[in-house]
Design a protein around this ligand. Structure first.
Ligand code: ADP
Length: 172
């Protein structure tokens, strides 16, 4: 029996990195529709506003999704992940796993999510080894101290990070 499968890939995307993009590319092979959920996550004190993050995700991924001929949407959310997934009618939640460090948090979150709704499966994907160690937090840190981030994020995003940091420095 074939049916229309919907996946949600949630994250903060502050900013979107080549690691995220690799996971999205893989996710597109698994579903008929992929929804990228951009979380408000004000507790993480994001560098970019929610609207900026959504726009950056769209710019970096829309062509890839249309090439894959998969229905695709970038949606912001400010609610429990499982509630968001249910609102999107998702069958699966996609998460990326980097190293052991991600495991503990993902393990707990998946366990809690299964209690809220056991019918939505969580699927873990690993990025290509050359992207596995990339983290938004480190990208920002490297840029803050004047390092090059071009290999970690698309060029346009690297410029946006630099501009944002310059803007912040100018204000201080
Ligand atoms: P969150 O605040 O939910 O951790 P992130 O934007 O940091 O949001 O990450 C979103 C998802 O992408 C998470 O599942 C995270 O583990 C995964 N991810 C981030 N970077 C990578 C990477 N380099 N390789 C694989 N997965 C990644």
């Amino acid at each position: 029996m074939s049916r229309y499968r919907i996946g949600v890939y949630p994250g903060t995307f502050d900013p979107i990195t080549n690691g995220h993009i690799d996971i999205i590319k893989r996710g597109l092979r698994l579903v008929d529709k992929l929804v990228i959920g951009v979380a408000t996550n004000s507790s993480k004190d994001p560098l970019f506003t929610l609207d900026e993050r959504v726009k950056m995700v769209e710019e970096a991924t829309l062509p890839m999704a249309s090439d894959a001929k998969v229905d695709y949407e970038v949606v912001q959310f400010n609610e429990l992940l499982m509630h968001f997934a249910m609102r999107m009618n998702a069958d699966i939640i996609i998460r990326g796993l980097r190293a052991v460090a991600d495991f503990e948090y993902e393990f707990q979150m998946t366990g809690m999510n299964y209690q809220i709704n056991p019918d939505v499966e969580t699927v873990f994907l690993m990025a290509d080894p050359k992207y596995q160690t990339i983290a938004s937090r480190l990208v920002k840190e490297v840029a803050l101290y004047g390092g090059k981030i071009e290999g970690f994020v698309p060029d346009k995003i690297a410029k946006a990070v630099q501009a944002k940091l310059d803007e912040r420095n100018g204000r201080e």
